[in-house]
Design a protein around this ligand. Sequence first.
Ligand code: CP
Length: 326
Amino acid sequence: MQTYLRGRNLIGDLDFTREEVETVLDVAFDLKRKRALNELTPYLRDKVLAMLFFFSSTRTRGSFEAGMAHLGGHAAFIESKSTQISHGDTDKEIGEIFGRYFDGLAIRQVDWGGGNKYINSVAEASRVPVLNMQCDIYHPFQILADLMTIIEKKGRDLKRKKMVVSWAYASSYQKPMSVPQSLILQMPRFGLDVVLAHPPEFKLMPEIMAMAKDEAQKYGAGFDVTDDMEAAFKDADIVYAKSWGAMVHTPDPEEGAKIIKKYAHWITDERKMALAKPDAIYMHPLPADRNVEVTDAVIDGPQSVVFDEAENRMHVQEAVMALTMC
Ligand code: CP
């Protein structure tokens, strides 16, 4: 168990070693058990987290805010548009100044090509831990919650279990690719055989693909890529299908939107779920485009674990905050 995480940032999924992630999970399970028993967990009494949002959120805001209260501290919700950032506050100034007010800085900045750079730049200037609430490249807290959920449903020994990470059709907007990228980085470290499925234009970032292959090799897990959604679903233990944009293929959002329209048949429905194992679970980070990306029958059906994933966001985030901000 690696327990000395005090002062550390969590920006990319591999910032924490596998052993450190195991510590986070142990603490998260303990916090979840204590909450069920109504035991108090004031590990961060009087500490304050700044939550700086450049993009909308339901789960991330709610779970970080509730989590800080459960730990005996407070979370300050700060929308970038209500700040002076657009009038000149630089990333260095935000890191320097907020680092003096707060005990931790959590940031969501998903602009393609800019979000991760911004968070790292703030972190360089900050004297307190910086936590990535989602950027253009990574969504580490979502994936920690997903891993906790998978362990709850499938047990700790995940070796040779097949996880499909699939692109899915959604017409609402070009969603960030941070969730699939974080999944392919983190899951092989816990033994899951990952199959990534997407149409040709929805490739992930080449450097992330290379890192994911290295992790899979290091931990003896499988990592395959296909453009056949149905073949990918066959005999899967875990189906994780969500939409993302064609930003690697084209930086032009209009062209990306046109490409998406070609793949309306990439929907997760009961017929496709029947290709997976009978006890397969269906996962999605939410929000989902219902009956576009996934049918109501699947997302509200017996195989869906989406509400457990959403709940576990709070427990893993409390664990990371308690370990890094104490
Ligand atoms: N899954 C997730 O990050 O949800 P929000 O965008 O609502 O925070």
